[in-house]
Design a protein around this ligand. Structure first.
Ligand code: SF4
Length: 359
């Protein structure tokens, strides 16, 4: 995997150290004839201490720092704008070097602070209840653009708090940007980089079958969430065009055999849409199709938005749906969408926040 030592040492163009996963960074550093532990020191400088220049890595010799500076750089992502909702949710808007914009959302809850990351600029999947899907796909994010979202959010946390959970659930389909997403997750769970427990990192997919199968083969240690949203193919294809390519039974087959860690379950997300997928019959169907899969359901009443041709069901309808699932033995939680007033809730990210430079 990755670049050869000769390619890695080519001085042009400079390599962004944050574009290298843990094993690539090690290959890069050892290509200078340096010891393996130097790579660990650099990972710690980059992700635990958050340095923004090689010069700042003071436990490396001056000569090595000069050599490194000649061939590499360290990118930094600064928020263009931060918006805060009354419930404490904060939305970060970032402008990338090519002018594209992405968003991340920080969601404080009672006992945790979750950061929702983007993995692409826009999204090609076009789920019909999602504003990101309406903007279309521009490009994949690099590894550095993914992990820099964490560093930027961390810098803007209230004093004495820290990010406890990461969800890859923002703009884009993470499995459509498989390689960069996996390298970024490698950095998130590396004990020498971000040090997140793999139990606190969740990848959410709309069900891109090839990526899901690859993840299952490679034995992902982190958590998996699948955006399901329907219990039959006709309804799912209506909401998520990708279902025509990768139908429900194929996704559920992979989920059924997914190598889960002990005591973990797959989270199935289900956006409840009035008169589309919210009937008692849909709930009973859901119980049937998830039988045999260690599952937890997150019910997300639709976040209505201009341009989205659906409505949110009533609270009674949501409760009735939840009760059927719970009576059938499933854990079903209604997710109160946070950050809706600043368009930071599920399916509302577009990279189009107003541009206001923070003071
Ligand atoms: S819900 Fe996710 S996969 Fe679907 S269009 Fe939106 S960002 Fe893409």
């Amino acid at each position: 995997m990755g670049l050869s030592p000769a390619e890695l040492r080519d001085p042009l163009p400079k390599i962004d150290l944050k574009d290298l996963g843990p094993s690539e960074l090690e290959a890069f550093i050892t290509s200078f004839g340096k010891e393996h532990y130097r790579a660990i020191q650099i990972l710690r400088w980059l992700y635990l201490r958050g340095v923004s220049s090689v010069e700042g890595m003071t436990n490396l010799s001056k000569r090595f720092r000069q050599e490194l500076s000649r061939v590499s750089l360290i990118s930094v992502l600064k928020p263009l704008h931060i918006e805060q909702a009354t419930d404490g949710t904060r939305k970060f808007l970032f402008e990338l070097t090519d002018g594209n914009r992405i968003e991340s959302v920080l969601i404080p809850e009672k006992s945790r602070i979750t950061l929702c990351l983007s993995t692409q600029v826009g999204c090609a999947l076009g789920c019909r209840f999602c504003l990101t899907g309406k903007t279309g796909f521009k490009r994949d994010l690099t590894v550095s653009e993914i992990v820099n979202q964490i560093l930027a959010a961390r810098e803007n946390l209230p004093h004495g708090t820290s990010i406890t959970n990461i969800v890859l659930m923002g703009m884009g389909e993470p499995l459509a940007n498989y390689t960069n997403t996996m390298k970024a997750i490698g950095l998130m769970i590396s004990p020498d980089a971000f040090k997140f427990s793999s139990r606190r990192v969740t990848l959410s997919t709309a069900g891109l079958l090839p990526g899901l199968e690859r993840m299952a083969r490679e034995g992902a240690g982190f958590r998996l969430a699948v955006s399901l949203n329907a219990s039959d193919d006709e309804t799912r294809s209506r909401l998520m065009p990708v279902n025509r390519l990768y139908p429900l039974r194929e996704i559920l087959r992979v989920c059924r055999n997914f190598p889960l860690r002990p005591r973990t379950r797959i989270t199935f997300e289900y956006v409840l849409v009035e008169n589309v997928n919210d009937s008692p019959q849909s709930a009973r169907n859901l119980l049937k199709i998830l039988r045999g899969i260690p599952s937890k359901i997150n019910l997300i009443p639709l976040n209505e938005a201009p341009g989205i041709p659906f409505r949110r069901p009533s609270q009674e309808r949501v409760r009735e749906f939840q009760e059927i699932l719970m009576e059938g033995g499933l854990t079903a939680i209604v997710r109160t969408s946070k950050g809706a007033e600043i368009s930071a809730a599920c399916g509302q990210l577009r990279g189009k926040s107003p541009v206001l430079l923070p003071s």
